[in-house]
Design a protein around this ligand. Structure first.
Ligand code: GSH
Length: 284
């Protein structure tokens, strides 16, 4: 990342850190920045295609995605899953440090990706219906449209948001809006739940996003339902029989119940510090 970009990110990070300490402002700022982050992506994937209503088949076995919220390439894959209304099992793989690309030591699921695909790069999709496993967001997106769109056309705003300049601008603005480590960038040590949690919602729905970020930083695996069978932003935890429809309560519960250590408070100025002089593996 360019030095100037890192400085801008680091300034935003400090401003947000300070603002979130003012408790009566925190919900407002969360909601506003999640909304602006969605806007920066033209709310891509938020409105689903009506494909399954027209008799096309959803995948029989649930797809599996290794990803993390702070990763823009993972986001465009989730946007695609959302527009196609595909249910997915998420294994969150937030970074352990901003300093080193592809690092894994204490991460709950990064090691699995290394074992399965032989490199630590996200997103990584596993489809047991076809036996295919894929890296590379563009390949994954093309694969999803080819196999699970029923030949339908891409919606206009989805298509626009994937075009070069808008894609890059969206990546940048989104990262500015959600720059804190606990927003699904760095891992927060946690206790692993026995049963999978379940979340309903669409990609840029504000409440769903906040809950996804919490699940991600806590490395809690969950089923993400891109469907309307429950109101958007509903979280259910079968381990405790708890159910939430408000993001603030759901996030407070997740941290209170599962957090088991503190999030590393690295600055975005630390980004890539330990990668200097090394040849960074895969290029975007
Ligand atoms: N060209 C790849 C780029 C993927 C990529 O660079 N992903 C980053 C996250 S945004 C990654 O895996 N970083 C390794 C790490 O987080 O340690 C794609 O489009 O999927």
């Amino acid at each position: 990342m360019g030095k100037l970009r890192l400085i801008i990110f680091a300034i935003f990070q400090s401003v947000f850190r300070a603002l979130y300490k003012i408790s009566f402002l925190s919900t407002l700022i969360h909601n506003l920045t999640c909304f602006l982050a969605g806007l920066s992506r033209l709310f891509s994937g938020t409105t689903p295609l009506q494909i399954y209503a027209k008799g096309n088949n959803a995948p029989t076995k649930r797809l599996i995605l290794y990803e993390f919220e702070g990763c823009p390439f993972c986001r465009i894959v989730r946007e695609t899953l959302s527009v196609l209304s595909i249910e997915v099992l998420i294994y969150p793989c937030p970074r352990e440090t901003l300093k080193k690309y592809g690092h894994h030591k204490s991460s709950r699921f990064r090691g699995e990706v290394k074992k399965l695909g032989n490199k630590i790069m996200f997103p990584y999709l596993v489809d047991e219906n076809t036996g295919k496993s894929l890296y590379e967001s563009k390949d994954i997106i093309a694969y999803l449209w080819e196999n699970y769109s029923g030949g339908q056309k891409k919606p206009l705003f989805y298509k626009l948001s994937m075009k070069g300049p808008l894609l890059i601008l969206g990546f940048f603005l989104h990262a500015l809006m959600r720059p804190l480590p606990s927003m699904g960038i760095l891992r927060t040590p946690s206790k692993r739940p026995e049963k999978l949690l379940e979340l309903w919602g669409r990609e840029h729905h504000v409440g769903t996003k906040r809950i996804r970020e919490a699940l991600c930083t806590l490395e809690i695996p969950y089923i993400l339902h891109h469907s309307n069978s429950e109101p958007k932003g509903t979280l259910k935890d079968p381990n405790t029989q708890k159910s939430f429809s408000k993001a603030k309560e759901a996030c407070s519960y997740l941290f209170a119940h599962y957090q088991d250590g503190s999030t590393k408070e690295e600055s975005l100025l630390d980004y890539g510090k330990d990668d200097r002089g090394e040849k960074r593996s895969p290029k975007a």
